[in-house]
Ligand binder design. Structure first.
Ligand code: ADP
Length: 256
């Protein structure tokens, strides 16, 4: 068989077209599959706090009817915590769908590091009242970024530090300058993460096995955080040892 140059070109282009079409179908299948998993996990995770609150409301109603309100406070507290968990889950889900649809509101402005820390610290401190949150370092460093998205990252890191801490109740935040970056780290002395899972905790839906039943969550907080930080030209990583605690750090480019 002898082909001339033009036949080879046509054949090559046709082959490429088939390959592209196949890649497109596979990619669409993978995205659809991820979406299905996502919806299944998200709805499952939403049921947990709803069940807790519903049970508590029924109990409180019976207590009111009997005129015996003994022990109502922990029930109320538990319900409020569950609502906060649900709130966070929904924020993360919204962020995920915004990120995957590519339509993030990317308005950036010059902000001080404290601007992305103070609200999350107050809000998380309100939920985890028995924890001690300590902040030190140069919180006036200026970065260029989206305040809402970066606050979401800090909220996720603070909640994880408090949530995966068991009996050790101190969470320390440090802000410092490293070259042209601001580095923010969140340190806890909680359950820790084994080395082989240090990278995987940033994968979508990944949760360290064994934790699933003890701690509420859907495994998307760190995934979202990584996307947001990368979008800002920064990095996120963890240093941790089982039983010793974890240090989650992010770097964000300074504005000048
Ligand atoms: P979620 O907490 O909702 O499961 P994340 O994406 O925030 O999802 O975290 C993924 C997993 O990483 C968690 O399920 C947990 O196993 C682990 N993890 C995250 N933060 C910590 C921490 N500070 N200490 C120990 N384990 C953590």
């Amino acid at each position: 068989l002898i082909l001339n140059a033009s036949q080879i070109t046509v054949g090559g282009a046709y082959q490429n077209w088939i390959l592209l079409a196949m890649e497109d179908i596979t990619e669409r299948y993978v995205i659809e599959k991820k979406k299905d998993d996502f919806i299944a996990i998200a709805s499952h995770e939403m049921k947990t706090p709803i069940t807790v609150v519903k049970g508590n409301l029924q109990l409180l109603e019976r207590m009111l009817e009997k005129g015996d309100m003994e022990g109502y406070k922990p029930r109320l507290r538990q319900s409020m915590d569950s609502m906060e968990n649900l709130n966070r889950l929904i924020s993360n889900l919204l962020d995920t769908s915004i990120l995957t649809s590519g339509s993030t509101n990317k308005t950036s402005e010059v902000i001080k590091v404290i601007d992305i820390i103070d609200t999350p610290l107050a809000q998380v401190g309100e939920v985890y009242k028995s924890h001690d949150f300590v902040l030190y370092g140069d919180t006036d460093l200026e970065i260029l970024g989206n305040k809402d998205q970066l606050s979401q990252v800090i909220t996720n890191l603070l909640i994880n530090a408090a949530k995966y801490s068991k009996d050790s109740k101190q969470v320390v935040m440090h802000v410092g300058r490293v070259g042209n970056f601001a580095k923010i780290s969140v340190t806890d002395t909680g359950i820790g993460i084994a080395k082989e899972n240090h990278k995987r905790v940033f994968d979508r839906f990944y949760r360290v096995s064994g934790n699933d039943n003890n701690y509420f969550g859907a495994g998307i907080g760190l995934y979202i955080s990584q996307q947001i930080v990368a979008d800002h030209g920064g990095t996120i990583w963890v240093e941790s040892e089982i039983g010793e605690g974890s240090v989650f750090s992010i770097t964000l480019p300074l504005s000048k």
